[in-house]
Write a protein that binds this ligand. Structure first.
Ligand code: ATP
Length: 442
């Protein structure tokens, strides 16, 4: 654990409030709750699934869609164990495990100092290496020959498809392969809500470059990735880059820096950006016998590219966006909690609210909803007083509420209320789509 955080009381409160809000409003549920829970996994509810998808889409737009040097991939989660042999995961993907001899809890030695966080005892066993990969069997026979692993990172899918992508896309270094998907790690101590879970989602880019350009591209990706978080609303004083000391580097890396967020318990990692050198391509080439290199037909030059890897966690990043967005203020003398999420990340961009349940307002409200749905994700809520409905939308981060009232039947206009300022403006229904597009930057 690193750095100093916010004052403990306030920080603890924030964490509790956000976890509570996630459960209460349907962002994130503890998994298998009706069976007493499953501690290390979570289910994303109706709002969470929207927001997580928005986080991944924002990443994909910036890393793939808006570039001509990066292509996407969706590789299998279950694949040949030889991948993990070559990558070094079978031998090296371990955490140091210690047992407390007093209360028998197990811990990750590098995260707890010299005493047990449960009972305070310093009577701990010597650390031993614990492999984090989930083991299973492929097919009906359970034997050494059928052992398979759930992938602990998405990155290897890009390395083993390096030639396929080169041949089918005619890309040349510098170019990248991007992937978003689930990864699995048998973490010794899953903790801090969805910060560390055994099943999670990653967003990774492997960017292949001529070796001489590796340092320059490493710097480029540090800047580009920091800018992504800031653009989506992480405040500058809650985001930093931390360069790894040489003795902290992974076995494959010559330089690594972490993008860190100021979590309630202190600074911690959102994303690792590493110069992985030619380690992975060489390792897979050696074990598979395939030449994993780039041949430049123009110059006749042949080389194994270096790889710069920005590797982020989608679920962990979503949690950071929620923590950064949570706020409380007062509106009309009443306290409210509000998620000041960037509209691109909010579960709903708009909520259409007929002022009254009265049947006469519903058809026009549905017409308005129908105009907005092709542009963004909308909620439609007819229950309770309008004030309470505004609070509900504020609390889940909906940036704009569109209210249809009795006057709307006469003037074909609606009231659009802004989440952050709570100001309201009247907008003709005919101009609503254009207004929404402008607000969404679409
Ligand atoms: P840590 O040191 O926190 O265990 P790491 O350095 O091993 O993480 P990487 O292998 O660099 O993590 O993975 C890239 C990203 O994937 C991390 O920055 C994080 O956002 C995410 N990630 C890794 N492990 C987990 C996990 N158990 N739960 C949720 N997200 C994770």
């Amino acid at each position: 654990m690193t750095g100093q955080g916010a004052p403990p009381q306030e920080a603890g409160d924030l964490m509790e409030k956000v976890v509570n809000l996630c459960k209460r409003r349907g962002f994130i549920f503890p998994s298998a709750e009706i069976y007493g829970g499953f501690r290390s996994t979570y289910d994303y509810g109706p709002l969470g699934v929207n927001m997580l998808r928005n986080v991944k889409d924002a990443w994909w737009r910036s890393m793939v869609q808006r570039r001509d040097d990066v292509v996407g991939l969706d590789a299998a989660i279950l694949s040949s164990p030889r991948i993990w042999e070559a990558s070094g995961h079978l031998a090296n993907f371990t955490d140091p495990l210690v047992d407390c001899r007093n209360c028998h809890e197990r811990w990750r030695a590098d995260k707890i100092g010299d005493s047990c966080p449960n009972c305070g005892s310093t009577d701990l066993t010597e650390p031993r290496a614990f492999n984090l990969m989930f083991k299973t069997f492929a097919g009906p026979v359970e034997s050494d020959a059928t052992v398979a692993y759930l992938r602990p990172e998405t990155a290897q899918g890009m390395f083993v498809n390096f030639l396929n992508v080169l041949q089918t896309t005619r890309k040349r270094p510098p170019f990248g392969i991007a992937q978003v998907g689930k990864s699995f790690r048998n973490e010794i101590t899953p903790q801090n809500f969805v910060f560390r879970t055994r099943e999670f989602e990653q967003m990774e880019l492997e960017y292949f470059v001529p070796p001489a350009e590796a340092d320059t591209w490493f710097g480029y990706w540090l800047e580009t990735r920091m800018a992504w978080y800031l653009d989506l609303g992480i405040p500058t004083d809650k985001l930093r880059l931390r360069h790894h000391d040489p003795d902290e580097l992974s076995h494959y890396s010559t330089a690594t820096a972490d993008v860190e967020f100021l979590f309630p318990w202190g600074w911690d990692e959102l994303e690792g950006i590493a110069n992985r050198t030619d380690f992975d391509l060489l390792a897979h080439a050696a074990l598979s016998g395939e030449k994993l290199e780039f041949f430049d037909q123009g110059s006749g030059e042949r080389y194994v590219p270096y790889v710069i890897e920005p590797a982020a966690g989608a679920t962990r990043t979503m949690m950071a966006f929620l923590l950064a967005a949570y706020d409380e203020d007062e509106v009309g003398g009443e306290r409210r909690s509000v998620l000041r999420l960037d509209p691109r990340l909010a579960p709903y961009q708009a909520a259409v609210l007929p002022l009254s349940k009265n049947d006469t307002l519903v058809p026009l409200s549905r017409e308005v909803l129908g105009m907005l749905q092709p542009l963004c994700t909308c909620d439609f809520d007819v229950t309770q007083s309008i004030g309470r409905r505004y609070r509900r939308q504020d609390e889940i981060g909906t940036p704009w509420c569109v209210t249809v009232d009795f006057e709307s039947l006469e003037d074909r206009a609606v009231t659009v209320r802004d989440r952050d300022s709570t100001t309201q403006v009247r907008i003709p229904i005919g101009g609503l789509a254009a207004e929404m597009k402008a607000r969404l930057g679409a």
